[in-house]
Design a protein around this ligand. Structure first.
Ligand code: GTP
Ligand code: MG
Length: 336
């Protein structure tokens, strides 16, 4: 009897395994590419070519640099990756349906919200860049609180790279928003990232919170997105490496935003632009990689009398513009 049971268990197990293998087959990985052994696959993954899409859009030179493979093989891999990808075309109608699900997280300032079309959109990456004290971290805290008004069980994930997350501040803001402080704190999951690799790993783990723990994550804050990358990759020689890692990181975030209809809010510092004599002599760290991956880009600066000014730099459908606001104990507010 016992023996029988074990056999039944085993056959169930093997059926499940077969099913899993079948599913894996349908979802091809870079290991399925011809001529890619474990060592080459590892080299590819190490520099960010972790899925077929990244290979399909790579140049042969990039693959050769990453692995030392020959030109012919590199070209072949790209061709195979391209042909095996199902290009996901969606009809305009389907996209419109998806747009209807977009939620908007309020900043607290009506004029700032309007600048963004009613708040920070889910399904998008919103980047705020600006000098120290311009309000990037304050906005991150406010969003972590305000996103909880969207849905009853909404969760904010906060990846803190500069050790500036303060639960005390969350309590103040929750009171300001008229929400239950304890509940709000409970629904913010904070992780401190100690270096850029750690930061990337944490971002990859967010999917587990959603899939395995069933959390309704509606906001991911990364404050700061670029500080570790900037500190670790000093000098021009490693700039390409830095950009490649940052690119991979941005793609993980973009996929999260897209797949789970959540908003990713990232902060970014600015650096002086030495060759610029007129206008605002600052530019965001991370260059075009961060700029292109972000759906909305907002430049924050200090205004008159302690106010702050948000300027919309890049957005898919909103006109460029500016909004003034100020920060106090209760959160962000319009300038009277
Ligand atoms: P860096 O991280 O240094 O680049 O700056 P940041 O852009 O993150 O600035 P942050 O959001 O920390 O802005 C802090 C500013 O918010 C302070 O300089 C204050 O002027 C302003 N602020 C206004 N009211 C409050 C408040 O009640 N608490 C806090 N912590 N800050 C407030
Ligand atoms: Mg900050």
């Amino acid at each position: 009897m016992e023996q029988e049971l074990i056999e039944i268990e085993e056959s169930k197990d093997s059926k499940r395994r077969k099913k899993e293998i079948k599913m894996e087959k349908q979802e091809k990985t870079i290991y399925d590419l011809p001529g890619v052994g474990a060592a080459t696959a590892e080299k590819l993954i190490a520099v960010g070519f972790s899925d077929l899409m990244s290979i399909a859009v790579a140049t042969p030179a990039e693959l050769i640099d990453a692995t030392g493979m020959g030109d012919a093989l590199a070209k072949k891999l790209i061709a195979v990756a391209r042909s095996s990808l199902e290009m996901g075309f969606e009809s305009g109608e389907e996209l419109m349906k998806r747009r209807e699900k977009v939620l908007r997280i309020k900043t607290g300032s009506k004029s700032f919200d309007s600048l963004l079309g009613g708040g920070l959109e889910t399904g998008a990456i919103v980047e705020c860049f600006g000098e120290f004290g311009s309000g990037k971290t304050q906005l991150g805290h406010a969003l972590a609180v305000n996103c909880q008004s969207l849905e009853k069980d909404a969760v904010a994930v906060y990846i803190d790279t500069e050790n500036t997350f303060r639960p005390e501040r969350i309590i103040q803001l929750a009171k300001g928003a008229g929400l239950d402080e304890e509940q709000v704190l409970k629904n913010i999951k904070v992780a401190r990232a100690y270096n850029s690799d750690h930061q990337m790993l944490l971002a990859e783990k967010i999917e587990d919170l959603i899939k395995k723990k069933g959390m309704n994550v509606k906001l991911v804050v990364i404050d700061s997105l670029t500080a570790h990358f900037r500190a670790e990759f000093i000098g021009r020689g490693t700039l390409a490496d830095r950009q490649q890692k940052l690119n991979k990181h941005m793609h993980v975030l973009l996929k999260l935003a897209d797949t789970y209809n959540l908003c990713v809010y990232v902060t970014n510092q600015v650096m002086a632009k030495p060759d610029m004599f007129f206008g605002d002599p600052t530019q965001a760290i991370g260059g075009h990689i961060v700029a292109h991956a972000s759906t909305f880009r907002v430049y924050l600066r200090k205004g008159k009398k302690g106010t702050r000014v948000a300027k919309l730099i890049d957005s898919p459908s909103m006109p460029e513009g500016e909004a003034g606001f100020y920060v106090d104990e209760n959160g962000l507010h319009d300038v009277e």
